[in-house]
Design a protein. Structure first.
Length: 608
C-alpha cells in the first residue's frame, strides 16, 4: 500500500527519495510528497496523483538538503488531494511525519488536540501524530516519538524528521513493514527493500514495537520502553534488474513469462525424484510432530486464498487429513477450533499482509504450530512463523499476482508430497507426482510459446461486460483465480463458479453476449464438465474451453479451445492458470487499462 523512503547522508536527498518512491509505485498510491531538511529549515513538497506531478512541483520549487523523508499515499482518511498527501507537519512547522497504517483512535486524539488549540490542515489520521510529537517534544525527538506512540491505537510504520534535530531520522513500526538500510556515511529508511536496493543490500528489518534512530554515521534500535534492541543485519539476495521491466511493456507480462523459471526455483533442491519425496529444510517441524498433526487450517487472502483451496484438496486427497481454508480477515473473529495438534499454514506473497499476519498470531496464541508460505525473505510472517517454505519466485511487482500464485501451488504440492509419503502414500505414486512437478517448467513454457493464440481471443472478447469462469475439483479454484485476474486489471465483471453450481443461479445470466470460460482438462471429472458446457451452449453462451486433448465430446459445443499439456490432476491448476493470466492481461491492455497499477488496488495490503 503506502510507501516510505528516508535518507540521511552527504548526498542531495531529493533525487534519492524520488528514485525510491518510483521503486514503490507498484504498491499502489494516489498522492506523493517529500520533506527535506537543509540546515534548520524543513521544505515540504506534495502533489496529488502520480509521482510525475511531485517531480514537477520540485522542479518549480527545489527542496535542498542531505536529509529527508518521502511518501506515496493510498487514501484511507480523506480524499487523495494535495492537502492530505504526506508528509504532515506539526503546528509549529518543526516536525514532519510520513505514516503507513491507520491510527484507530485518531478521532478522539484529534478532539483532544483541538481542545488544546491545535488546528488541523488535513483530513488524515497521520496529522494527529505530528501534533502529538510536538506536544511531547522536550529536547529529544526519539523520546517525543515514543511518548506519542504510547497514545495511539492501530498500526503504523513512520519516519519522522525535525528541524530541531538535523541529521536524525526516527522510524518506528507496529503492524506495517519498515526497515533500515545500511550504507557508508549514509543510511536509509524504507517500507520495502526495493526502494533502496540501488544503494545498499544490507538491511535491518524492524519488528513491531521497534523504534530506530538513524543518522548518517549509524543507527540504533530501541523498544517503546527506550531499552536497546539488538538486531540482525540481512542481505538482499536479488538485484535491481529484477525489479525492472527488462524490455517487456508491463511487469505483469514479464512475470507471466518468468513462470518456467520461478516454478523451477520453488522446486530447486527440494525434489527427490527417485524416492518420490521432498526435502523442505525450513519447516522446523520434526517428523513425529508432523505425523501427530490431526487437522490443518490454511489461511490467506485474495489470490493466496485460491492457492489455499487447491492445497486443501491436495492434502485431503493424498494425506487424508482434514483441512479447512479460512479467509484470514475472518479467522480471528469466529472463535475457530484450534488445538496443539493443529497445523496452521499461512500464505502471503509479501509476508506482510495484515489480516494474514494477525490470523497467524491468533493461531499461535491458541497453541497451533504455524507454517508460512511467503515470497519475501525477511518479511514479518517469515520471521514470526515456526517454520516455512520460501517461494523463491523473485520480486513480484505487478499488483495482480501471477508467478507467486503458481509458486504457491507448487510449494503446497511439495509439502503435500512430503507429508503424504511420511504417512502412507506409495513410493510409486510419490514418484509420479514428483516427476509431474519436475515436468512443469517445460510445460508452462510450451503454453507461453503460444501466447499469441490467447491474444487473439482477447481481441474478440475485449468488449464483453461480464465473464463466467467454470471449473470442478482442482480447477474450481483456478476458475476463481481466472475471474479475479480479469476483474482486477480489466474492470470487467467476472465470477468463478463450480461448474455444477451454475444451474443453481448463474445460468440465468447466460445469453449470446456472455463469454464462459470452462476449465475442462481430461481429469477425473471431465465428463461432468462436458455436461455443464452443453448446458451453457444450449443457452447460446460463448464457450472458451481450456482442455488437454482433442475430445469428440467437446466438438460443436465450444467456440474456442486452448489446449494445455496433461499432468496429474492436482497440478492442472498450475497449467490452466497460464492462459487465464494471459487472457486477462491482453484484454486489459486492449481496453487501455493500467495493467501494473489497477485502480483502487495495492500490492501489499498492510491494513485490516
Amino acid at each position: 500500500m503506502c510507501g516510505i523512503v528516508g535518507y540521511v547522508g552527504a548526498r542531495t536527498a531529493t533525487p534519492i527519495l524520488i528514485e525510491g518512491l518510483k521503486r514503490l509505485e507498484y504498491r499502489g498510491y494516489d498522492s506523493a510528497g517529500v520533506a527535506t531538511l537543509d540546515g534548520d529549515q524543513l521544505a515540504i513538497r506534495r502533489a496529488s496523483g502520480k509521482i510525475g506531478r511531485l517531480e514537477a512541483a520540485l522542479a518549480a520549487a527545489p527542496a535542498a538538503g542531505s536529509q529527508g523523508i518521502a511518501h506515496t499515499r493510498w487514501a484511507t482518511h480523506g480524499p487523495p488531494t494535495e492537502r492530505n498527501a504526506h508528509p504532515h507537519l506539526s503546528q509549529d512547522g518543526t516536525i514532519a511525519v510520513v505514516h503507513n497504517g491507520i491510527i484507530e483512535n485518531a478521532p478522539l486524539l484529534r478532539q483532544e488536540l483541538q481542545a488544546r488549540g491545535y488546528v488541523f490542515q488535513s483530513d488524515t489520521d497521520t496529522e494527529v501524530l505530528a501534533h502529538l510529537i510536538e506536544v511531547a517534544y522536550a529536547g529529544r525527538l526519539e523520546a517525543a516519538v515514543i511518548e506519542a506512540l504510547w497514545q495511539v491505537e492501530g498500526t503504523y510504520g513512520i519516519a519522522v524528521v525535525s528541524s530541531r534535530e538535523p541529521g536524525t531520522i526516527v522510524a518506528a513500526r507496529k503492524g506495517s513493514p519498515l526497515l533500515v538500510g545500511l550504507g557508508q556515511g549514509e543510511h536509509f529508511v524504507a517500507s520495502d527493500a526495493s526502494a533502496i536496493l540501488s544503494h545498499t543490500r544490507d538491511v535491518v528489518y524492524l519488528d513491531d514495537g521497534d523504534v530506530a534512530v538513524v543518522t548518517r554515521d549509524g543507527y540504533r534500535v530501541v523498544d517503546l520502553e527506550a531499552s536497546q534492541r539488538d538486531k540482525d543485519v540481512s542481505r538482499i539476495d536479488w538485484d535491481v534488474q529484477q525489479i525492472e521491466r527488462g524490455g517487456y511493456p508491463h511487469f505483469m507480462l514479464k512475470e507471466i513469462f518468468e513462470q518456467p523459471a520461478t516454478v523451477q526455483n520453488t522446486m530447486r533442491g527440494r525434489l527427490i525424484l527417485e524416492e518420490g519425496f521432498t526435502k523442505l529444510g525450513g519447516l522446523n517441524i520434526p517428523k513425529d510432530d508432523l505425523l501427530a498433526v490431526d487437522n490443518i487450517i490454511i489461511t490467506a487472502c485474495g489470490t493466496s486464498w485460491h492457492s489455499a483451496l487447491i492445497g486443501e484438496m491436495m492434502i485431503e486427497e493424498l494425506c487424508r487429513i482434514p483441512v479447512e481454508v479460512e479467509y484470514a480477515s475472518e479467522f480471528r473473529y469466529r472463535n475457530p477450533i484450534v488445538t496443539p495438534r493443529t497445523l496452521c499454514i499461512v500464505i502471503s506473497q509479501s509476508g506482510e499482509t495484515a489480516d494474514t499476519l494477525a490470523a497467524m498470531r491468533e493461531a499461535k496464541r491458541r497453541g497451533a504450530r504455524t507454517l508460512g508460505l511467503v515470497n519475501v525473505v525477511g518479511s514479518t510472517i517469515a520471521r514470526e512463523d515456526d517454520g516455512g517454505i520460501y517461494l523463491h519466485a523473485g520480486p513480484e511487482i505487478g499488483v495482480a499476482s501471477t508467478k507467486a500464485f503458481t509458486s504457491q501451488v507448487v510449494a503446497l504440492a511439495l509439502f503435500t508430497l512430503k507429508l503424504a509419503r511420511l504417512r502412507d502414500l506409495s513410493v510409486e505414486r510419490g514418484r509420479q507426482i514428483a516427476q509431474a512437478l519436475a515436468d512443469l517448467p517445460a510445460q508452462i513454457q510450451s503454453i507461453l510459446d503460444r501466447a499469441d493464440e490467447v491474444e487473439a481471443l482477447a481481441e474478440e472478447f475485449k468488449r464483453a461486460s461480464n465473464f463466467l469462469y467454470l471449473g470442478r475439483g482442482y480447477n474450481f479454484p483456478a476458475a476463481l483465480e481466472g475471474a479475479l485476474k480479469l476483474k482486477e486489471i480489466s474492470y470487467i465483471h467476472a465470477e468463478g463458479y463450480p461448474a455444477a453450481e451454475m444451474k443453481h443461479g448463474p445460468i440465468a445470466l447466460i445469453d449470446e453476449l456472455m463469454p464462459v470460460v470452462c476449465l475442462a482438462p481430461h481429469d477425473a471429472v471431465f465428463d461432468k464438465v462436458v455436461s455443464n458446457v452443453q448446458e451453457v451452449k444450449a443457452r447460446k453462451g460463448r464457450v472458451i474451453a481450456i482442455t488437454t486433448r482433442d475430445e469428440p465430446a467437446l466438438r460443436g459445443v465450444v467456440d474456442h479451445e486452448f489446449r494445455i499439456p496433461e499432468t496429474v490432476d492436482l497440478l492442472t491448476p498450475v497449467l490452466a492458470s497460464i492462459p487465464l493470466q494471459l487472457l486477462a492481461y491482453h484484454i486489459a491492455v486492449k481496453r487501455g487499462c493500467n495493467v501494473d497499477q489497477p485502480r483502487n488496488l495495492a500490492k501489499s495490503v498492510t491494513v485490516e
